[in-house]
Design a protein around this ligand. Structure first.
Ligand SMILES: Cc1cc2nc3c(=O)[nH]c(=O)nc-3n(C[C@H](O)[C@H](O)[C@H](O)COP(=O)(O)OP(=O)(O)OC[C@H]3O[C@@H](n4cnc5c(N)ncnc54)[C@H](O)[C@@H]3O)c2cc1C
Ligand code: HEM
Length: 369
């Protein structure tokens, strides 16, 4: 018997090379069925780059291990409250989704495919709706920007304070919406462990032409208000583990690692920590002074910086996965990896080659690779 995941992949294969047209059909059908739904989506929405269709297709296509994604779907459902999504919207989206795929699949489409998309979508939607229903926290909090500082051409570090306290664990991320780009939410890692005064630090890199990151780096200023949704992510410290730790970061991947370090500075005495930072060139190592101060007061912390593109760089040179493996073998360590998708993937590949068990690796990829 053909497995569900094969059926889903086969059926998506019928339209994969026409995704733009499927997307146009999907959004047109959705907004025609209920014009008010348009107000949930970004004002300057470019259908080809609209995020919802791709996100649903990827959730459906990756549906082979439901128990692994149960918690993720519940938190995604909770998080969707920030878009003002209600349970009724799920069936409207399903009708538009299946209609769009069927319309572009041609004669290859059949009743088995239709049933599979219906069943899997319903299952995912039920988890998301349940996650939203069981949450008693507000969908988002307002936060005031207290301090904003440029660190080089395209990076900013800013601090804000939510008007109501936000419970989170070091290493988690939140979705942020700023007044300069209404209805566009993007995820950013909190760069500190929970503080008594409730303030949160963020590190943002302006991705060339990116809507939200450009605004957060170039326009945001002290006094501005942000919206911050519920914390998500599991790149947190394992309280049971006594193993030494290796952190591997690139760019603003430093943010969640700095939060984990912040937590460790509060109680760690016994675990040796190595922090590997990979950047293109010397100027990219923002926040270097603060990290060096932490290393001076914490003898368990070693920082290794490596530049990949600067000929005369006085420290380590090369791509960060190579540098990490040169310092190995790291047989009994916990690993935390954060940065661009390309850097994270390259590091994970290298760790697999080094036979590090995947259960000891946690990671957050900030972009598709
Ligand atoms: C778990 C997680 C944690 C994250 N934490 C952080 C963090 O701490 N710090 C941080 O800086 N980032 C972080 N990110 C990345 C962040 O969420 C955003 O993806 C990033 O800031 C880009 O958002 P944007 O709106 O500026 O770009 P978008 O507008 O969404 O554009 C995305 C990409 O497309 C490109 N692009 C934009 N416009 C066009 C166009 N017209 N045509 C073609 N390409 C275009 C941009 O150059 C950009 O690279 C994190 C991501 C994840 C998943
Ligand atoms: C199976 C059900 C669904 C799944 C798996 C899903 C998943 C997602 C994910 C992962 C994103 C985030 C994309 C990102 O941040 O890059 C997203 C965005 C979004 N979702 Fe959903 N979603 C579902 C149903 C819905 C429904 C029913 C609505 C209501 C209309 C909705 C409205 C939105 C909106 C408005 C966005 C932002 C779109 C944008 O910025 O372009 N989603 N969805």
């Amino acid at each position: 018997m053909t497995s569900l995941s094969t059926v889903l992949k086969e059926s998506w294969g019928l339209v994969e090379d026409r995704q733009d047209r499927v997307a146009q059909h999907f959004y047109a059908r959705l907004f025609l069925s209920d014009p008010q739904l348009r107000d949930l989506f970004p004002v300057q929405m470019d259908v080809q780059r609209g995020r919802l269709l791709g996100a649903i297709v990827s959730a459906v296509q990756n549906f082979d291990s439901p128990e692994d994604i149960d918690g993720y779907l519940r938190s995604l459902g909770r998080d969707h409250r920030k878009f003002h999504v209600t349970p009724e919207h799920y069936s409207q989206v399903k009708v538009a989704l299946i209609d769009a795929i069927r319309a572009h699949a041609g004669e290859g489409w059949n009743a088995v495919y239709e049933q599979a998309w219906n069943d899997v979508y319903d299952h995912i939607a039920a988890k998301m709706i349940a996650g939203a229903a069981e949450d008693t926290e507000p969908p988002y909090r307002h936060a005031e920007v207290l301090h904003h500082e440029r660190r080089g051409a395209d990076i900013a570090v800013f601090t804000c304070r939510p008007l109501q306290p936000l419970k989170f664990r070091a290493g988690q991320y939140v979705s942020i919406e700023c007044g300069y780009q209404p209805r566009l939410w993007r995820t950013y890692s909190i760069a500190n462990a929970p503080r008594e005064d409730g303030t949160l630090e963020f590190h943002v890199r302006a991705a060339g032409g990116g809507w939200v990151s450009s605004a957060l780096v170039r326009r945001l200023k002290a006094g501005d208000m942000l919206r911050i949704a519920a914390p998500m992510g599991s790149m947190t410290l394992d309280p049971q583990s006594r193993r030494d730790i290796v952190f591997v970061t690139g760019g603003t991947g430093l943010a969640p690692v700095k939060a984990l370090l912040d937590e460790l500075t509060r109680y760690n005495r016994t675990r040796f920590i190595h922090l590997f930072r990979g950047e293109r060139q010397d100027d990219d190592f923002y926040d270097r002074r603060h990290l060096d101060q932490i290393a001076e007061s914490c003898p368990w912390l070693t920082i290794v910086r490596a530049a990949s593109d600067e000929q005369g760089y006085p420290g380590e040179r090369g791509a960060i996965p190579d540098v990490v493996s040169r310092h190995g073998p790291w047989r009994d360590h916990d690993f935390y990896v954060a940065g661009s998708g390309a850097m994270v993937n390259a590091t994970l590949r290298r760790l697999t080659e080094m036979r590090i068990p995947s259960t000891r690796i946690k990671y957050d990829a900030f972009t598709d690779s």
